[in-house]
Design a protein around this ligand. Structure first.
Ligand SMILES: O=C(O)[C@H](O)[C@@H](O)[C@H](O)[C@H](O)CO
Ligand SMILES: [Mg+2]
Length: 393
């Protein structure tokens, strides 16, 4: 089958969900000459309109190409993109189209993506909750909410306990972070995993002080403890701490990921299928990590198409540790957008066996939510934090 049409669609709703950027979703619809439809998703960062136009440009290189030749199509993009394959906008466009092509391939063959990728390693994917701590500020807020999440069956919770600290953290900030983490640990008990999200915001000295204060609460990992591009900071952090480092949500492509693995900067890799290069590159990155004895915890923070494809890929790789999940903290419209829900039961998601990525998109709702690609609103609270948590007490 040949690619006939690629349509980027921005979806937006007043119903925001856990974070500002959760109010928007960028869907890509790919149609073939024989009338089949596949879906992908791109990342709604602070560059919604730029990603939308990048998608229009990147799509041109895929027109008339055969759906079944995903590697060749990836190569074609790389050949044409020259400077821009490193750009976030182009990489997320490629990723979205690649996801839709795999979706189409599965639909054509009547097989779920997990079968096309070698079959399920596990029938259920373990997930951890993110987005659950909206408006939590005091240790008491965190403790009460954490108990509710565990009550729903979750066995892992990720959260950012650092309020509005950025770059440097002082004694007051360390104390507040520790009190929040302690409250969560005491509320969930010893058998639930907790994960500390730093959102890549600290310098190495601050991140090291944080690790020393928080390691006694036995976190599964410290996520992006220092600024993403701060390689020396990562090295320094590694040589002064004993905690496990997770990172990777902003990595693009196989070779950038290789650098972090080879330098030994990461214990648990968090590739994002919607920007690392889709299913094609995501699968390779997971195998490459396996060779380095590094586990995978796919970053999965955006929408329902990303969630569907992440569940499929997470089901086939041997080195998955846990998958991120916003499902219960999605705004309702994101759950409604796909007809086949993937509820979390006992901290796990059953892997669907429907063709392709396993979801049927509600086309009527898609049309209802369709919006112009406009810039996201910006306030003092950055878009990447869980809403209402950018403050101290
Ligand atoms: O690991 C993650 O999920 C990411 O760092 C982000 O995507 C934010 O945490 C999320 O969007 C909530 O604001
Ligand atoms: Mg993160």
């Amino acid at each position: 089958m040949k690619i006939q049409e690629i349509t980027p669609i921005v979806l937006s709703s007043k119903e925001k969900g856990a974070a500002t950027w959760a109010s928007t979703m960028i869907v890509v619809k790919v149609e073939t000459t024989d009338g089949m439809v596949g879906y992908g998703e791109a990342v709604p960062t602070l560059r919604v309109s730029q990603v939308f136009s990048a998608l229009k440009q990147v799509s041109k290189g895929f027109m008339g190409q055969e759906v079944e030749r995903v590697e060749r199509n990836y190569h074609r993009w790389y050949t044409q993109d020259f400077y821009l394959s490193r750009s976030f906008e182009s990489a997320t466009s490629l990723s979205a189209i690649d996801i839709a092509l795999w979706d189409l391939l599965g639909k054509e063959l009547g097989a779920p993506l997990n079968k096309l990728l070698g079959g399920k390693f596990r029938d259920e994917v373990p997930v951890y909750a993110n987005g659950w701590y909206k408006d939590c500020v005091t240790p008491q807020d965190f403790s009460v909410r954490a108990k509710e999440v565990v009550g729903k069956g979750y066995k892992g919770l990720k959260f950012d306990p650092f309020g509005a600290y950025f770059d440097w953290i002082d004694e007051r900030g360390l104390k507040q972070a520790e009190e929040r983490v302690k409250a969560v640990r005491e509320s969930v008990g010893d058998e639930v995993e907790i994960m500390i999200e730093h959102h890549g915001r600290f310098n190495a000295n601050s991140a090291i002080s944080i690790a020393k204060r928080l390691e006694k609460y036995n976190p599964l990992f410290m996520e992006e403890p220092v600024h993403h591009e701060d390689i020396e900071g990562y090295r320094k952090y590694r040589s002064h701490t004993q905690v496990r480092v997770a990172m990777g949500e902003r990595l693009i492509g196989l070779k950038e990921t290789l650098f972090y693995l080879r330098e030994g900067l990461v214990d648990i890799l968090q590739p994002d299928i919607t920007n690392v290069g889709g299913v094609t590159v995501g699968r390779k990155v997971a195998s490459m990590a396996e060779a380095f004895d590094v586990e995978i915890a796919f970053h999965n923070a955006f929408g329902s198409i990303q969630n569907a494809v992440s569940i499929q890929l997470a089901s086939v790789i041997p080195n998955l540790v846990i998958l991120e999940n916003f499902y219960d903290w999605f705004p309702k419209w994101k759950r409604d957008l796909v007809r086949n829900g993937t509820p979390v039961e006992n901290g796990r998601v059953k892997v669907p066996d429907r063709p392709g990525i396993g979801v049927e998109v509600d086309e009527e709702l898609l049309e209802e939510l369709r919006a112009d690609p406009v810039p996201l609103e910006v306030s003092d609270e950055p878009v990447w934090v869980v809403g209402g948590t950018w403050r101290g007490y």
